[in-house]
Design a protein around this ligand. Structure first.
Ligand SMILES: [Zn+2]
Ligand SMILES: [Zn+2]
Length: 770
């Protein structure tokens, strides 16, 4: 993973990338630099061994053209790996493996080495269109062991980008599509590898007993492949920009990362945070964190699990405030609660000023009502010990500290913090919460205070600064999303002072642009906390953005999620059903109010609402969905109505309805194109069994869908078309939501003998999903 850390000099960058641009064969003789002890970037642990497949097989004698279609890499080398995978018998993958004197271990080793070469060197060749010799991206370590060495990837990516830029728009679009198709091929291979190595399955047991050592080898070699796809995807996205299909991150094999994740835990990172990152970020980011050996500066996550962070999730009943220093014994101080309540009743925002008198310090309440009244607002997490209510107040030491920070952020202004300005007593608490949108929107400046962020320095690297924000407790709480999204100006309190939190003010990576994988992902994540240009005036988000932002957030009070979402969408929270226990009713009402939903909302993986016509809808916004929905404003075209979700979708319609059940596979054939599709009901999706006669594929762009190509597996949603319903007009079909499935395109070899095909065909239609 050297490329995640490699920062060449400008001169080296110019010379090497130009050489890569002109070369047709990329190779490198490391012996000179190794012998002369030239200052060579060391391998970065954890390293990946090169298993020694004969990638360049007799290139001087036999002309093996570069395979721009990655699927062909094994084929031209005489391998039939896809067929072998379908039955799990690795000996069928190549004629040489049928030799009975070869041990099962050796067979596994050889197959793993081919897979490594195929998905690493085959992929990079298919992308750049040149020969890439093993020596270019691998070199021996000091003991002579050959290890992958991705330092030169930066030059290859630069050469590829430059060539793409020189192509005509039409050729470039073809090249980008080709890159996408090859990345999808890798994704499909990873799924195939998973099918034969997934712990606890019969397939895994079979593979382990027949080819010992093979699965471990696969775990060893795939993470580097995933990092390569991240680098290619990042470079591709730089040029595909807004118009093309964005590459989704390819998830590796979970088991391959157990050691890495254990190291991260040992360095104090919360398992829940790791789980969020695994789902929500490319593995390159987590690998970078591991290789950088960075420890969590605040620790305290020993009790957490991957399902929940107990350190950040405070127990309100047993909550204890904290002093600024452990040995402080000062007393709480509070504002005059009647003044606070009066301000709330008058529909104004209460603020305080700290005054020092001979008898001590006092908090003087002020009511801020005019739009031009200046005040500073604090955004914090309760886990840091600053939570309270107006009635209880906060410790004097904390009040003094807040007053000082407020003075630094905006001299002479009063300030607001929920711990002093939200009363406990009813109905004022709810009234104060209703005003939160106003508080954050009208604040002159919002200051973020968070224990882990206060360990960061302004001169830390860009990657560390951004990672610290992404991984902070502050970025993981439900309410802090609106606290970061609504304000006009935000400062974050770092160890050495306040730092402006605007995308333009965020630090830039020092790595070459083509390889800023980690920085780019973190920058996008941090940037999404602030409104983009289109949102700056209205400070309104769409539901896609809310789902993306809230997916991994947490709150101690579940009923707060619809309230927080209403504030972000600028709806009056009073328009939601008042009963806090009626979470289904509140969510239904919220979705009807929003009306415009992401085109792919039905693909959001989460518990669903139970009542018709909302069975497609998320029951919670903090769903921990591994799949994300479209956040762009142009793609919020599905309409939530009282009749159901009106949305245009592409789907396979079947001639006969099927009873969908966990673990079953269904086979379909299109009589016109003769294409064969398999639909699988994965038990992990926890669908209820149900009749279905159509499977929707995910929409991505106008008239573009993630439709499976040969040997590809994609997500699908099973529907039952023609369900009873009102008169929707001729152009709209009624469709009941049934569940999530996967859909695969294969050939006759994939289909078990004696299977009767069900006839099917593709359609694109307006549906009303209930
Ligand atoms: Zn935790
Ligand atoms: Zn104190």
């Amino acid at each position: 993973m050297e490329h995640l850390f490699f920062s060449p000099t400008e001169q080296a960058m110019a010379i090497e990338s130009n050489a890569a641009f002109l070369a047709e064969v990329h190779d490198r003789d490391w012996s000179a630099s190794l012998a002369s002890n030239q200052d060579l970037m060391p391998h970065i642990a954890p390293t990946t061994p090169w298993l020694g497949f004969d990638h360049q097989r007799e290139r001087d004698k036999e002309w093996i053209p570069i395979q721009r279609d990655l699927n062909q890499y094994p084929v031209v080398r005489g391998w039939t790996i896809l067929q072998a995978w379908d039955r799990g018998d690795l000996r069928k993958a190549h004629p040489s493996l049928r030799d009975p004197t070869l041990s099962p271990c050796d067979v596994g080793e050889r197959v793993a080495s081919m897979i490594q070469s195929w998905l690493y060197f085959g992929l990079i060749e298919a992308i750049v269109g040149d020969w890439v010799d093993v020596s270019y991206l691998a070199r021996p370590d000091s003991s002579g062991r050959m290890l992958l060495y991705s330092r030169n990837l930066v030059y290859l990516m630069y050469a590829w980008l430059r060539r793409l830029q020189e192509l005509t728009a039409e050729s470039r679009a073809i090249a980008l599509h080709n890159a996408h198709a090859n990345l999808m091929t890798v994704a499909t291979c990873i799924q195939k590898l998973l099918a034969w190595s997934d712990p606890g399955t019969a397939e895994e047991q079979w593979t382990r007993s027949n080819f010992p050592g093979y699965i471990e080898r696969i775990y060893e070699v795939t993470p580097a492949v995933i990092r390569l796809t991240d680098a290619i995807g990042a470079t591709r996205d730089r040029i595909a920009g807004e118009s093309g299909i964005r590459v989704f991150a390819i998830a590796g094999l979970a088991e391959a990362y157990l050691d890495r994740n254990a190291r991260l835990r040992a360095r104090g990172w919360c398992p829940f945070l790791i789980a969020c990152c695994l789902h929500d970020m490319n593995d390159s980011v987590i690998d970078w964190l591991d290789a950088a050996q960075r420890a969590n500066p605040t620790g305290r996550h020993d009790e957490c699990t991957h399902a929940a962070c107990t350190a950040n999730n405070v127990d309100v009943a047993r909550y204890q405030m904290q002093h600024c220093t452990a040995d402080c014994t000062c007393h709480p101080i509070r504002p005059n609660v009647d003044d606070v309540i009066r301000a709330i009743e008058n529909d104004t925002i209460p603020t305080v000023r700290l005054t020092k008198t001979a008898s001590g310090i006092k908090l003087q309440t002020e009511a801020t009502c005019r739009a031009d009244d200046e005040f500073v607002v604090f955004s914090h997490v309760w886990a840091d010990g600053l939570g309270s209510t107006a009635e209880k107040g906060i410790y004097e030491c904390q009040a003094l500290r807040l007053a000082e920070i407020a003075e630094e952020a905006k001299p002479g202004c009063p300030w607001w913090i929920d711990s002093l300005m939200v009363p406990e007593r009813s109905p004022y608490r709810y009234m104060a919460i209703r005003k939160l949108r106003d508080v954050y929107t009208n604040a002159t400046k919002v200051v973020v205070i968070d224990k882990s962020l206060s360990q960061v320095r302004n001169d830390d690297t860009a990657e560390i600064v951004l990672w610290s924000i992404v991984s902070s407790s502050w970025a993981q709480r439900l309410w802090t999303f609106q606290e970061s999204f609504l304000p006009t100006y935000i400062d974050i309190l770092f160890k050495d002072g306040l730092r402006s939190f605007e995308p333009a003010a965020l630090p830039r990576s020092l790595l070459p642009p083509v390889i800023q994988v980690v920085w780019r992902i973190l920058y996008d994540r941090v940037g999404a906390l602030r409104p983009n240009r289109a949102q700056q005036l209205t400070r309104r988000t769409n539901l896609g953005e809310i789902l993306a932002a809230m997916n991994w957030r947490t709150t101690s009070r579940r009923s707060d999620e619809t309230l927080a979402a209403a504030a972000l969408l600028d709806f009056d929270p009073w328009s939601l059903p008042e009963d806090e226990q009626d979470s289904e009713g509140r969510m239904e009402r919220l979705l009807l109010l929003v009306s415009d939903l992401p085109d792919d909302i039905i693909f959001f993986t989460c518990p669903k609402l139970r009542r018709k016509p909302f069975r497609w809808a998320p029951a919670t916004l903090m769903a921990r969905s591994p799949t994300m929905v479209d956040i762009s404003h142009d793609h919020q075209r599905a309409k939530c109505t009282a009749e159901g979700l009106l949305t245009r979708q592409r789907f396979l319609e079947f001639a006969d309805s099927q009873m969908g059940q966990d673990g079953l596979q269904y086979w379909f054939r299109d009589p016109e194109t003769l294409e064969i599709y398999g639909v699988y009901w994965d038990p992990e999706t926890k669908n209820n069994p149900g009749m279905f006669n159509a499977v929707v594929v995910r929409p991505i762009e106008d008239d573009q869908y993630v439709q499976p190509e040969m040997n590809q597996v994609v997500e699908g949603v099973a529907l039952f078309l023609g369900a009873e319903g009102g008169d929707l007009g001729e152009d709209v079909s009624q469709a009941a939501y049934i569940g999530r499935v996967t859909i695969f395109q294969g050939d006759e070899n994939d289909v078990p003998e004696g299977t009767a095909f069900i006839m099917t065909s593709w359609k694109t239609e307006m549906l009303c999903i209930t």
